[in-house]
Design a protein. Structure first.
Length: 176
């Protein structure tokens, strides 16, 4: 038994003194953490870029409603108008769009078109461009898929594991 203990002690001392594989061991320990951090940073950047692209597309497209150009449009034409400004990043059929008049700016409230239990979009899509001088609300919602699933860092996900991106504009139509 004593020789067995001495042999183990000798092995552990030799292992502790050896430096030839230290870099490989350190990389094996720290590499996955480093790559997960880089991946999470890149995914966050892409989500912010997608959110900004959606917001810009709604801003530019809602101008057509504000100036009265959209009166001759239908919902599909308006959706195409929005999708043409999204750099091909989105599945245009999955964007939930509503264009509705509201009574006053004070009456604005953000709607949640998603069922909180299942994550399915359940609000009706409405396309009503209103009249000249109407206060309008244009909303777009999109469920952005997540790529990296790091436990503890997935705040704000829908029940089906996606991020809900939204863009809203409230404005008064020009007289037309």
């Amino acid at each position: 038994m004593r020789t067995w203990t001495r042999t183990l002690n000798r092995l552990f001392r030799r292992f502790g003194a050896a430096r030839s594989g230290a870099t490989a061991v350190e990389f094996a320990i720290l590499g996955p953490i480093f790559f997960a951090l880089i991946g999470a940073t890149m995914e966050t950047a892409v989500v912010y870029f997608a959110g900004q692209a959606l917001d810009s597309a709604i801003h530019e497209s809602s101008r057509r409603v504000r100036t009265g150009e959209a009166v001759s449009m239908d919902a599909d034409t308006f959706r195409t108008e929005v999708c043409d400004r999204l750099y091909g990043m989105f599945d245009c059929d999955a964007i939930h769009l509503t264009v509705t008049p509201i009574d006053d700016f004070a009456d604005y409230s953000a709607s949640n078109p998603m069922d909180p239990e299942s994550g399915e979009m359940n609000g009706a899509e409405v396309f009503d461009t209103g009249d000249g001088g109407s206060v309008m609300k244009v909303e777009a919602y999109y469920k952005w898929p997540t790529i990296l699933n790091i436990p503890g860092l997935m705040v704000g996900l829908t029940p089906d594991g996606k991020r809900l991106l939204s863009a809203t504009r409230v404005f008064r139509n020009e007289p037309f």
